[in-house]
Write a protein that binds this ligand. Structure first.
Ligand code: HEM
Ligand code: HEM
Length: 207
């Protein structure tokens, strides 16, 4: 059975977990809950804020190293980066526990739940949890305990950018091939363009 076969991109009913071999028979919810949607967009906004405040840290450290007075505004941004970064990490952990407890719908794809597209989506989603939580831990380590962890912090941010690139490209592709994935993440007012594939077609391609 194709688990999420509605034309509007919103999953119709809870589905057996065919995407995770070994967990076949476990039911997954039909849609992301309001809590999951709110946390998704809050975390995305915080990632933008973290990027925006990160320059101030680099400037603060450079001024410190050359023995110059640090800009007070940069010090505020540095504190913001650390505190909101810790908040972001805590929110990501909450999201992870919530997801493990409440589950999430099978990723949207034109093929079956176990298709390469669905597996790639699941992989990218899982990687977001790993990278963002590790990013926060590395940042805290670098700030408070062990500076060399800053190298990992910088590398993880590059990995995060790559994931965001893949993620947004996949969303745009879906949205322009008639599948409203944004509708599944609370933005039902954003139209999907292109030919909506019928559930029957999806069944055909899923074998
Ligand atoms: C740094 C920013 C972002 C992060 C960390 C992020 C992370 C995630 C994660 C982890 C999921 C899966 C949720 C779960 O199953 O638990 C997800 C789903 C989703 N995200 Fe993002 N996201 C980000 C930005 C965006 C942006 C900018 C868009 C829109 C262009 C977007 C659109 C979506 C959509 C539509 C889904 C649902 C996919 C589906 O239907 O299965 N995300 N995101
Ligand atoms: C989890 C979300 C976080 C994101 C997305 C993030 C992002 C960034 C980015 C983009 C940079 C600049 C890297 C560069 O120089 O190219 C940076 C630097 C830094 N961040 Fe974060 N950060 C996060 C959390 C934290 C936390 C929780 C702390 C500390 C409590 C922290 C402390 C630092 C420090 C000390 C630097 C300077 C590293 C250096 O100059 O090598 N970050 N962060």
């Amino acid at each position: 059975m194709t688990p999420d076969a509605r034309e509007d991109g919103l999953t119709a009913d809870a589905a057996p977990d065919a995407a995770r071999p070994g967990r076949v028979g476990v039911t997954r919810p039909a849609a992301y809950s309001r809590v999951q949607v709110a946390l998704h967009w809050l975390v995305a906004a915080l990632v933008v804020e973290q990027y925006g405040t990160s320059g101030a840290i680099v400037r603060t450290h450079t001024m410190h190293m050359i023995g110059q007075r640090q800009n007070p505004a940069d010090l505020v941004l540095h504190t913001m980066h650390n505190r909101l970064g810790l908040l972001l990490t805590a929110l990501m952990m909450m999201r992870l526990f919530y997801r493990l407890w409440a589950g999430a719908p099978v990723p949207r794809s034109d093929g079956a739940a176990g298709s390469w597209a669905a597996r790639t989506a699941s992989g990218v989603h899982a990687a977001f949890y790993v990278v963002l939580i590790s990013e926060g831990v590395a940042g805290a380590l670098a700030s408070y305990l062990w500076w060399p962890a800053s190298t990992l912090h910088v590398l993880l941010f590059k990995a995060l950018l790559a994931l965001v690139g893949l993620h947004v490209a996949a969303v745009v592709l879906h949205q322009f091939s008639g599948t409203s994935v944004l509708g599944r993440m609370g933005l039902r007012w954003v139209p999907a363009f292109g030919v909506t594939r019928s559930p029957a077609r999806r069944e055909e391609t899923s074998t």
